[in-house]
Design a protein around this ligand. Structure first.
Ligand code: ARG
Length: 473
């Protein structure tokens, strides 16, 4: 592997690479100060985007006659070669440089001499980094979209198999009304579908090229910003050069989207942790997706779900980090903005890997549908259905609610676990509207089927919800 380390003896001595701003300061930066402000360990992630940005810039410089067209062509070719060498692993990023921009420019100059020194005309690292970051995020967000879509599809496939798998729905973590596993899974999927929308929306607003904004005030060179924007696949150049180098709204929005996605995953995983307990036993996680205990031989722990649950803290923290970096930052650029990338990269990495873990975990799990069904009996989950039965027979709801409540109390007093354990005479003693059909009506699956309005848990309706989500993908 060719190493990029042919520098003069004096440079090697100080272990501080020649910096782009060396002309202004006579003294070399101290090694520890240099390392403190260097960002290459973080921004090397967008080395290919940095090269792509430079290629667009240099082609534009040539087309506009700012540099000779043949010089532009040579620089562009060399940049193409550098990109290929990096992709093939022939060349690696030298982390002793200040940042990825310095590394690429110095490499060009080392290879092409004065031609390499032409590339930065009309450009600053301030617009360069804003550009690289956006270009990188376009790819990162499409990877994120893929991860969300995979998790969504996993949920929808699973839901399709459990349209009639009855389970209790909870409020206050108390059994509330009968739903189906499919209805619950589609609730999760609906949240992920909004997450997908949040990432896509953020991409739309991010779709402007800051290149040509210079340090903050543009340039007196006749740069063609429209050309570089379109070559790089942006819809248009940004409107205002000061805003272009100061704005990190796109990073904030994406960090927020990651934090919200991760918060959703943490709630889903909390359900999974609860459901995998001996007390619930609604789900058996696959052994490959569980861990054991170093001391208690019987344990099978839902560590993966717990970690996904916990990582919501990281992504919320990263979002807060970005807000705090930006709060009170004077216009236009401040080096504070260098801190933006680590936070967002971590959020993107975290949310993306957790989506994969979540999908793998639920796909491989065994769902104890009998256990879920039996949990529908005994908690009077049918009480609301009793009230609605009476409403349908003409009783005002408040009276129906009271009647159903009295019946539940009658059952509890008699040690009965369900309204269906009452005889028709006993029910009629509370309301003569009760008929024999009440027993059929109160079977858990019938309770669910009766709620066939839009949004409800009836199997046909959940099938429709699944279709709606699938078509949105
Ligand atoms: N590493 C810097 C960042 O991430 C690049 C821009 C540096 N600009 C400067 N004026 N020091 O923001």
């Amino acid at each position: 592997m060719q190493k990029h380390n042919e520098h003069s003896e004096s440079e090697k001595e100080s272990a501080v690479k020649s910096v782009l701003w060396a002309g202004r300061l006579e003294e070399k930066p101290s090694e520890i100060a240099f390392k403190f402000q260097a960002s290459i360990k973080v921004d090397k992630r967008f080395v290919l985007e940095d090269i792509a940005g430079s290629r667009a810039h240099v082609v534009m410089l040539g087309k506009e006659g700012i540099i000779p067209p043949d010089a532009a062509e040579k620089i562009d070719q060399e940049l193409g070669k550098i990109a290929d060498e990096i992709k093939s692993g022939l060349l690696s990023v030298d982390e002793s440089f200040e940042d990825i921009h310095s590394f690429i420019e110095s490499l060009l100059t080392e290879r092409l001499g004065d031609l390499g020194r032409m590339v930065h005309a009309g450009r600053s690292r301030n617009d360069q980094v804003a550009l690289d970051f956006r270009l990188y995020l376009k790819h990162a967000v499409s990877d994120m979209e893929e991860a969300i879509i995979h998790a969504l599809k996993t949920l929808l496939d699973l839901a399709e198999k459990h349209l009639e798998s009855i389970m209790p729905g909870y409020t206050h973590l108390q059994r509330a009304q009968c739903v189906t596993l499919a209805h619950h899974l589609v609730a999760w999927a609906s949240a992920l579908n909004r997450d997908l929308g949040r990432f896509r929306d953020a991409l739309c607003r991010m779709d402007e090229s800051p290149l040509g904004s210079g340090a903050l005030a543009g340039s007196s060179l006749p740069l063609n910003r429209g050309l570089t924007a379109s070559v790089l696949g942006f819809s248009r150049p940004t409107l205002n050069s000061m805003d272009s180098v100061s704005d990190r709204d796109f990073a904030l929005e994406l960090a927020a989207a990651c934090a919200i996605t991760q918060t959703h995953l943490s709630r889903f995983c909390e359900d999974i942790v609860i459901w995998s307990s001996e007390e619930f036993k609604f789900i058996d996680l696959a052994e490959a997706w569980s861990t054991g205990s170093s001391i208690m031989p019987q344990k099978k722990n839902p560590d993966f779900a717990e970690l996904v649950r916990a990582k919501a803290g990281r992504t919320a923290g990263n979002f807060m980090t970005l807000l705090m970096i930006l709060k009170g930052l004077p216009y236009a650029y401040g080096k504070d903005l260098q801190e933006d990338k680590e936070a967002l990269f971590d959020s993107l990495d975290t949310a993306q890997s957790c989506l994969g873990i979540f999908a793998g975990m639920i796909q491989s799990a065994h769902w104890n549908t009998e256990r879920m069904e039996s949990a529908c009996i005994g908690g009077f989950l049918e009480a609301t259905d009793v009230a609605e039965y009476l409403v349908q027979k003409g009783l005002p709801f408040r009276k129906a609610h009271e009647t159903a409540a009295f019946i539940v109390r009658d059952c509890i007093a008699a040690g009965e676990r369900s309204v269906t354990e009452r005889s028709l005479d006993q029910l009629k003693a509370r309301s003569d509207l009760f008929e024999q059909d009440i027993y059929e009506r109160l079977l858990p699956l019938n309770c669910v089927k009766a709620r066939n309005l839009s949004g409800g848990p009836a199997p046909q309706e959940v099938q429709r919800q699944i279709k709606v989500l699938r078509s949105a993908l």
